[in-house]
Design a protein around this ligand. Sequence first.
Ligand SMILES: Nc1ncnc2c1ncn2[C@@H]1O[C@H](COP(=O)(O)OP(=O)(O)OP(=O)(O)O)[C@@H](O)[C@H]1O
Length: 361
Amino acid sequence: MTAADRPALQAIAVRAGYRRRRRHPAVTVLSDVHLAARPGELITLIGPNGAGKSTLLRTLVGAQPPLGGRVLLDGHDLAALSPRERARRLAVTLTEPVDVGMMSVEAVVALGRLPYRSWIGRSTARDRAAVDRALVDAGVEELRHRGLGDLSDGERQRVMVARALAQEPAVLVLDEPTAFLDVARRIELAAMLTRLTATTGAAIILSTHDLAFALRRADQVWLVGADGAVTAGAPEDLAYGDAVARTFTGENMSFDDAAATIVVADGGVPGATVRVAADGRVRQWAEHAVRRAGWEPTADACAHVLEVEAGPPCRWRVDGAAVPDADRGRGVGFESLVGHLRRRATSLPEGVRAGRPRFPD
Ligand SMILES: Nc1ncnc2c1ncn2[C@@H]1O[C@H](COP(=O)(O)OP(=O)(O)OP(=O)(O)O)[C@@H](O)[C@H]1O
């Protein structure tokens, strides 16, 4: 094995959990965990609440010892590395707010260089270059003289990534970095992390509750099941092979392949299948309206047919029939379409229903 394909971080037969303490018995949360994070990979760690994601991350970064097995960092047993040697290879960013008083962004990022400083603590040209690069890579260069306390959650999140990057780690671990971020900031952060895997060659491991983000962005997904097993694989393999559906779906829920997310029953009257005759964006939003009404879009030629003309507002009709009280026999807008489909669902014969109405969460 060459250094290039040696895992940056590896778990070998790891048992993760909590040792016995006075009145508390020992708890094994995860057992027989085998994982490998290779250089340049973006890995997402997903699983239901309480499954053991944080326990696994803490074990992988050495914040708690494994109950069994070994964790290797860059081929070295994590337990045998000094804190300084560890910090030169592994950076960790947790969700908890960091109390850094009135420190500037630049000073916070410079903390990432501590593992490289001599006991005198003076920064070298290499330290300063690493801080500059980290500020640019994390997209926070323009914030460098601002106080960390004055930033938004999203900006502070990026600064903490910059501090971790200044460590020049082989492995970067982020605990729920997308929590508290709005959709645009989440997409920006995801794009930044993907870019970083290519530019720095680091393996980036992050836990998240955002299933669609986890499946769309990752090179590898680590799926922690409620049964204490951890499954690793390409996102497509885990989604296609039902591992994701088995882990996350319960009664009235299923995994929607197209949206890469869980869909839940909305409790209304189930509709039938319908073929949406439209193109582009209007088709996408028509299918959205169809699902919201409890019907199911299909490519099946025998199904009901919904014709939609682009707008806005869009104009529509179902099965070629004129829509009563509508504009020239066509319904106008998606709100009236959803209403029409819901009313129509109540008069459908039982045999043609598509199942429980479902809608992406
Ligand atoms: N200090 C502890 N001592 C004993 N058991 C613990 C301790 N911390 C967590 N646990 C238990 O370990 C299990 C896994 O918890 P963990 O926090 O790792 O789950 P998680 O997947 O990160 O959950 P969430 O998505 O809710 O953050 C839970 O049953 C939890 O109660």
